[in-house]
Design a protein around this ligand. Sequence first.
Ligand SMILES: [Zn+2]
Length: 145
Amino acid sequence: MQIYQGRQGKYYVINGIKYDEHFPQKWAVDHMKGTDDFCYEVGPEVCFNCRYYGKIRGVFVGYCINCADEYNFKRGNGFGFKQTQEEMWESLDYMKDVKLCQIGDLVETRRLRKKKIPKKIIEDRVIFIISFILIVLSIYLNLIK
Ligand SMILES: [Zn+2]
């Protein structure tokens, strides 16, 4: 399995999903598949919770709580929906000696990105404010007549 050097940590890729190098490879290639009478499938390829909660900086480190439950928590405690990722990642056995800053593949910038408001919206707002003032003014002028 080829290991890549990410921005923060090392990872490997299976079916387009980045896995932290410490995530057991035998699990990554063998997520539970649905059966005829039970069609729940687990893992980041099919589970949105895994993809959202199980990743740190774009790299998968552990199953979400639902999928972990499917394995009776033999593949980790799972990432809960209320705990922070930091709390959960620390409880994963295979991630024990890995620092949080050594996980992931994401460019992090110190500056908070400011949302730029498009010019058109600014113009619309100015027009709205001016027309609001004119309406209030005309009502006022009508009242003092
Ligand atoms: Zn899941």
